[in-house]
Design a protein around this ligand. Structure first.
Ligand code: GP9
Ligand code: MN
Length: 711
């Protein structure tokens, strides 16, 4: 009886439509259960993934319901159905190889990408993949042999419209839940994983198509002549290197250590525990900071916006800003031409380059962006042993991360330019568990603040272990090690709570203080030199690249870089924030208010002279930001030839099977191989990395906190 009802329902157009919708939903569930590991963390996320295909499936299929004639209506339904299946399956297959989803650019560039599609799609085939397609054949046969009858009477227009409207309602609900779980999803677009997890494959593809269209429009309008103003800006703002420091680190390996969410206030900070005993939070970083082999900066500001970590990377390695909205990495990273640090050093000094990061490669679209930056290697979480014990939401914890990186680091040909992106000091600074627990907590009313010190302390120990390895392996002496905080860790909304720990009070805390809190550490450690010290120059992340290149003896005058060498006598100390606010040594302009640094008070009645000065600063800051946007949005570096650099062909880069590549290079070079491994008589130096837990290092301390989170 029931069976009969179903089969007669399927013999109606609406019934057939429903059947297709259910089948597609099942295929999505299959895909997300077996292959698409988008990191589901809570019941709400499971629920969202379960509903995310529904809205788009109904909407696209409902197009056929508006067609009155029988055959065309069924044909359109089947075509839409097959197309959605193909899109889903193509993504599943692509994900198996690249742990990422197919963007419009990937589709357009498919012919150029040698791996991943076509031939390797076959290799990636799994037996159960037949479930994606077998039903299409069955349905076609069933229709052809009239096992499923096609209804002649059309669906009423009102009904078709109701289905479309329903799909839009479901979509709104879906989006609402997505934004509840992950605020700013669409404005910040963290990664394709995130978009697919929350919105489904179809919507992701549609969203990506719109974004791609928009960027292509701007790009199409840009031309080489737009570069004239940019070149003029760069010419006027060029700061010549300091002669006594130019080239002091020439030919050395570069090791960048990206200090996640680390602010300058943590340097030399001592946290009082419940008994009033002081604990130095980052003893190792402090020793570097205070060393005369380190050029340390105490007025160095981050300049990121919504792209957070990725913006910091953009700034540090390109001397360009991130975008005013969203992340440059996700929007343009896989499309634009860049003249980034790894590329410049490769082409002018023969450096090999590599990034190490314990999170999935598609976070912030790094796997694509790094190719455009010219990174030879990118070791993402797929290269590490990551499990529930040693990782958290954003990937591998810093100690195992640095430890496990050695087996790759030692195989790089020297000199190398490398970047280690730490991550365990990431919001929400969850309590450390087991043997890593024990560093005291602060006792404010804000949990996030309270545990920040413990994760900072953990990171500090991880860095010390890494330095010990560098010394033991001999890498230390011929390297320049640069450490920088990427952005604030405690947001402005929490700063009042933090105030008490900084010797200030909640009531007197203002936006002036918020602005000053945007300082992040910037330390250039050059073993063997003794002319370092704490430099009070005001500067920001945009200034890092020319600073580094000059130390490496690279002339930067022919590159399009918007920052200035911090060690140059010509360095201009107006530090732009991405929203147009700024800090200078004597004044701070933040949240539309001008403050005097000496008093921290708002300047309510500025003199005419000061007014004119502020106006000039605002203009200067705007010009720097606008120049950056013109370059990035118009992809202007594709027209820039004066640098003498050959444009990167990103399709020649791949981050698969990198160990094979490293070994092949060593073998080919034989005696001339300069990797640490080769120099060590083809023996690994992995054992030189010594790691210890907090408990091992502090056997006397009893844990002040009972840890529950496990991460
Ligand atoms: C993720 C990590 C964090 O891989 O780099 O990025 P953030 O959330 O700080 O921008
Ligand atoms: Mn970050």
């Amino acid at each position: 009886m029931f069976k009969q009802k179903i089969s007669s329902f399927i013999n109606t157009r609406l019934g057939f439509f429903s059947l297709l919708a259910v089948l597609l939903w099942l295929k999505n569930i299959l895909a997300f259960t077996v292959d698409l590991k988008v990191g589901l963390e809570n019941p709400l996320q499971y629920f969202i993934v379960a509903i995310n295909p529904i809205a788009s499936t109904l909407l696209l299929l409902s197009v056929a319901l508006y067609i009155r004639r029988k055959a065309p209506s069924y044909v359109v339904m089947m075509i839409v159905y097959a197309a959605m299946t193909i899109l889903l399956y193509a993504n599943v297959n692509y994900y198996r190889e690249f742990t990422d989803f197919i963007t419009i650019n990937t589709m357009l560039g498919a012919g150029k990408v040698s791996s991943g599609l076509g031939e390797s799609a076959l290799r990636l085939f799994r037996w159960y993949d037949v479930f994606y397609f077998v039903d299409i054949l069955v349905l076609i046969l069933a229709l052809a042999f009239k096992k499923i009858k096609m209804q002649v009477a059309p669906v009423r227009a009102r009904m078709a419209f109701a289905v479309s409207a329903l799909s839009i309602m479901i979509f709104s609900g879906n989006l609402f839940l997505a934004e509840t779980d992950r605020p700013e999803l669409l404005t910040r677009t963290f990664s394709n994983d995130y978009l697919v997890k929350y919105l489904g494959i179809n919507t992701f593809t549609g969203y990506d198509a719109v974004q791609t269209y928009k960027t292509n429009q701007v790009r199409a309008k840009a031309s080489a002549t737009d570069l004239d103003a940019v070149k003029e800006y760069v010419r006027q703002h060029y700061a010549a290197p300091n002669d006594s420091l130019f080239g002091i680190a020439k030919g050395r390996n570069v090791i960048y250590i990206h200090l996640e969410s680390t602010q300058q206030f943590i340097i030399n900070y001592k946290l009082k525990d419940a008994n009033g005993v002081e604990h130095e939070v980052t003893p190792f970083l402090n020793s570097l900071y205070n060393s005369n082999s380190t050029y340390s900066f105490d007025n160095f500001f981050h300049q990121v916006k919504a792209g957070k970590t990725s913006d910091a990377e953009t700034l540090m390695e390109n001397s360009l800003f991130g975008l005013d909205q969203g992340s440059l990495f996700t929007q343009l990273g896989g499309k634009n031409t860049f003249q980034s640090a790894p590329n410049i050093l490769q082409q002018t000094q023969g450096y090999t380059s590599a990034v190490f990061h314990g999170n999935v490669g598609n976070f912030w679209n790094r796997n694509e962006t790094y190719k455009h930056f010219g990174y030879d290697y990118f070791f993402d979480s797929s290269y590490y042993d990551v499990n529930d014990e040693n990782s958290f939401q954003y990937g591998l914890m810093d100690k195992p991360f640095l430890n496990q990186s050695i087996k790759y680091l030692e195989r790089l040909q020297q000199p190398f330019y490398s970047k280690f992106i730490l991550v365990s000091n990431h919001f929400p600074y969850s309590e450390l568990s087991g043997n890593e627990a024990g560093f005291p907590q602060a006792t404010t009313d804000d949990e996030t603040i309270n545990n920040y010190f413990a994760t900072e302390n953990y990171m500090d120990t991880a860095i010390k272990e890494f330095f010990d390895y560098l010394k033991a392996s001999g890498l230390y002496d011929n390297s320049i090690i640069v450490l920088y905080g990427d952005h604030y860790g405690i947001s402005n909304s929490r700063n009042k709570e933090l105030a008490t720990l900084l010797g200030k009070t909640k009531d007197t805390w203002t936006d002036y203080d918020n602005a000053q809190m945007q300082r992040v550490p910037y330390m250039i450690h050059i073993p063997g030199t003794t002319s370092g010290g704490v430099n009070h120059t005001y500067g920001g992340e945009v200034d890092a690249l020319p600073t580094l290149l000059h130390l490496l003896g690279v002339d930067t005058s022919k590159y399009i870089q918007l920052g200035q060498d911090l060690l140059s006598k010509d360095h201009n100390q107006v530090v732009a924030f991405r929203d147009g606010s700024f800090v200078t040594p004597n004044y701070t302009y933040y949240g539309d208010t001008l403050y005097e640094n000496a008093t921290g008070q708002a300047v309510t009645e500025p003199s005419e002279k000061l007014k004119a000065q502020v106006k000039a600063w605002k203009k200067e800051v705007r010009e720097q930001l606008d120049t950056s946007d013109t370059i990035n949005n118009g992809d202007l570096l594709r027209f820039y030839t004066d640098s003498g650099l050959t444009t990167i062909d990103s399709t020649k880069y791949s981050y698969l099977k990198q160990m094979d590549r490293l070994e092949a290079i060593e073998n080919k070079l034989g005696e001339n191989s300069t990797s640490v491994y080769s120099k060590n008589g083809n023996k690994s130096t992995v054992d030189l990395f010594k790691t210890e837990t907090y408990k091992q290092l502090n056997p006397d301390t009893t844990s002040t906190t009972e840890s529950t989170s496990g991460k």
